[in-house]
Structure formats: structure tokens, C-alpha cells
Design a protein around this ligand. Structure first.
Ligand SMILES: [Fe+2]
Length: 215
């Protein structure tokens, strides 16, 4: 039985509709615009997210919190059967942030509770030096519940997300179909460094491969 059989009925209905509609939009711009129109209604539906967090606390099979993701606070809620988009929820503890990172896809994100801080960066070097990146902060958004923002793939969408407040903030994100890359780039602003962030399962496989070469 599909894990989505356990999904809250209303969320399943919404995601199935998105799966029907998204293929009708062919450009990245049109898909972003579609999700900008759709996401606010989901953000305002607190009962869906209350149900999801109750399920997680109770250890239910949906959502599967063992599913591999890039960030430890990232929970996959739905993957389109053709992988044209995915829906994720990311609760941030007080004053917790992701590292500065890029994405392999476009994204539309919003907030359902607390204040969600999104800090954006511009990359100023040309990427020709391995491990080197010079970036600078360009924008600091503070999203209230119901507010949304968009991100673009790769260097066009560098940001970190989290909350400066002492309350949990909960980000809900839809990401488009990713380019084929098994990592995202992480950035260290003060050290002018770029590094690869792998999902933990992939990272462990790589470390095991390296260890095997020495055994
Ligand atoms: Fe992100």
C-alpha cells in the first residue's frame, strides 16, 4: 500500500490536483506562478498541519520522517508521481537556521506559524575557483503566517532560512523538478567557501566507499 494512503484526505486531494495541473504549465515561470496562487490557501489550513505534527509525534507511518532529505528538519509530505514537484514542511526551532545554500529546483515557500526569516545572497565570483565563493547579503525577509516567497535554482537563489525569534517557525515549501545533481551547495560567508551538502544517507555511502578503499 502506498504511504500516501495514510495522508490526510484533504492534503491528498490538494496534492493530486497539483499533480494534474502542473504538467499543463511548461515553463519554470508559469509553474512558479501557479504555486504562488495555490500555496496561500494551504498555509491557512492549520488543521492539516496540526494533523501532520500529531502523526509525527505519535510515530505514524505517514509522514515518513526516515525519508532521506538534505536538511535535518526537512520532512517530505508528497512527491509527485512524475517528480514534477514535491511538498515539504520544515519546522525551525528558536533561532535555528539552515546553512546558506542553493537549490536544484525552483521553489515556492511560505510560513504557517511564527516569523520565518529568509536571508538572500548574491554570488559575486564566477565559480571558476574550486571551493571558493564570494557572496554578499542582498535581502532579509520576515514572513508572517500566510506570507510566501519564491526561490530560483543554483546561484540565482542563494539563501538561508530559519527564525531569529524565540518561537518555532514552520516553513512549507513546494520545489519543482530538480536538475540531476546529488548535492546542494553550502556557502560560508566569512570564509569565502563553497562546499557540497549531501543527504545523510548519500554521505554515509560515500564515506563507506572511501573506507572500503583502505580496507
Ligand atoms: Fe532553501
Amino acid at each position: 500500500m502506498s504511504i500516501y494512503a495514510q495522508m490526510p484526505h484533504e492534503l491528498r486531494r490538494i496534492c493530486s490536483r497539483w499533480s494534474e495541473q502542473i504538467p499543463k504549465y511548461h515553463s519554470q515561470t508559469d509553474r512558479i506562478e501557479y504555486m504562488q496562487a495555490e500555496l496561500p490557501a494551504l498555509l491557512s489550513n492549520k488543521s492539516i498541519f496540526s494533523d501532520i505534527f500529531h502523526r509525527i509525534v505519535a510515530g505514524k507511518t505517514y509522514p515518513d520522517i526516515r525519508q532521506t532529505t538534505m536538511f535535518v528538519n526537512e520532512i517530505l509530505l508528497y512527491m509527485d508521481p512524475k517528480r514534477l514537484f514535491s511538498l515539504r514542511v520544515l519546522p525551525f526551532d528558536q533561532r535555528e537556521f539552515t546553512p546558506i545554500h542553493d537549490h536544484n529546483a525552483w521553489g515556492v515557500s511560505g510560513n504557517i506559524t511564527g516569523i520565518l526569516d529568509i536571508i538572500k545572497y548574491r554570488r559575486d565570483d564566477d565559480g571558476s575557483l574550486d571551493g571558493y565563493a564570494r557572496i554578499c547579503e542582498t535581502e532579509h525577509l520576515q514572513l508572517k503566517p500566510g506570507d510566501i516567497d519564491i526561490t530560483l535554482p543554483l546561484d540565482a537563489g542563494l539563501h538561508k532560512t530559519g527564525t531569529l525569534s524565540t518561537e518555532t517557525a514552520v516553513m512549507v515549501s513546494v520545489y519543482g523538478n530538480p536538475i540531476r545533481r546529488l548535492y546542494v551547495n553550502g556557502f560560508n560567508l566569512s570564509k569565502n567557501q563553497v562546499y557540497r551538502i549531501y543527504a545523510p544517507r548519500k554521505r554515509k555511502r560515500m564515506l563507506a566507499e572511501n573506507a572500503l578503499k583502505l580496507l
